[in-house]
Design a protein. Sequence first.
Length: 203
Amino acid sequence: MRELIKQRRSITFFDESKELDESTIRELLTMAATAPSGYNLQPWKVIVVKDKKVKEELMQICYSQEKVLKASANIIILADTEGGISNAPRVFESFVELGYFTKEQAQNAIQSIERSWAEPQNALKKSIRDAALFAMNLMLSARALGLETHPMEGFDEKALRERFNIEQRFIPIMIVAVGYKDPSKELLPRAMRFSPEEFAVFI
């Protein structure tokens, strides 16, 4: 696991001759979905873009970032601000079946979640947090499968929403390019990272 974390890099040059088959993408998403989330509510959705013509459109939405076109796929990650409420019944049904909660406890927890997620700022904070955890798990899962990734925050949100018919309940938090590294290119050394002494307080 240590090596996998060390190997993960944000790759800017992909091998555009290699494609990702649907089974590999499904495996990647299945692994990514093991990410933690509050009450296991999993408030995220994704749009997987593989079609070359659509990637060309997406590249323009991403301010002409070439990696969008050269990557095998681009995964648009959306935080679902209504996901806590809509997902809770199914999630807690599973909890009851597995013995984590009684039916009464599950119903009480669902009511608490509904109250919390009814507050727009809470829903926004919780959904973005959990979708970001999913995104990080996606990138580590990709590395475990021998793939490379690059997360992107540079995109025109309005254009993205219009092109992919993204409802207002969903917040596009990032787009992750996924594929294989161009073997003709060499990676530069990893950029500096602050040490724990610089960012951590030990009490």
